[in-house]
Design a protein around this ligand. Sequence first.
Ligand code: SAM
Length: 230
Amino acid sequence: MKGVFDRCSGKYIAFSWICSFGFTERWRRQCAAALPEPPTATPTGYDLMAGTGELWPHLLRRFPDLASITAVDISSGMHQRALERLHRHRAHRITFVEDDVLASALPDASADFVVSTFGLKTFDTQHQAKLAELIARCLRRGGVFSLIEASDPKGWILRPLFLLYLKAMLPLIERLFLAGAQDFTMIGTYSTSFGDASAFGDRLRAEGLEVELKRCFFGCATLVAGRKPS
Ligand SMILES: C[S@@+](CC[C@H](N)C(=O)[O-])C[C@H]1O[C@@H](n2cnc3c(N)ncnc32)[C@H](O)[C@@H]1O
């Protein structure tokens, strides 16, 4: 997976914006908006599977006194590009840890918040259990979290069109505009096999966290947010 994202980092931002018709940005904004109030006015925390850090502007706009975000990602390619091109003016509030969230050494009780956008869908049930365990372990008491992921909008009347777009149109757009970025064509397959974030929400509850689940845009994305009891 590290190799896939290192290869894709140069094209990832443009791809996600064009092909989602701006929905990925909207969902990132919703993810930041759904984060409950952190336990302190100057919180520190993790953006897991941070990629190019597109969530940070939304997070810093909502919490102007936020002390620092530690970006955690298995791919340093994504992060280097993010800091050089996008986040130079906020770099003093961002640190980076190259780490595998499935075998992570992040310290216990080290975060007031944990956020993550679009990193879940490649994870099977066991991986999701490990991620839930990591979030519960890293959060301080009273700490908060919010994650969002693209989902399979089961029951939506336009689902067949949506899936056609993901599985047939996206690969075509990629061939035409993003030559060489073949790994993106897997997004449709990943999203349908992921389903939605409800099973992940159950894993977080099993770890003792308070969890709320929300469907976004007819279930095309799901959001899980909540708190570690104080
Ligand atoms: C689809 S991108 C999402 C990036 C970003 N959060 C966003 O909103 O666009 C998924 C990211 O997860 C990272 N990733 C995948 N598996 C990982 C793992 N096991 N540990 C840490 N990062 C991982 C990839 O390197 C990539 O940057």
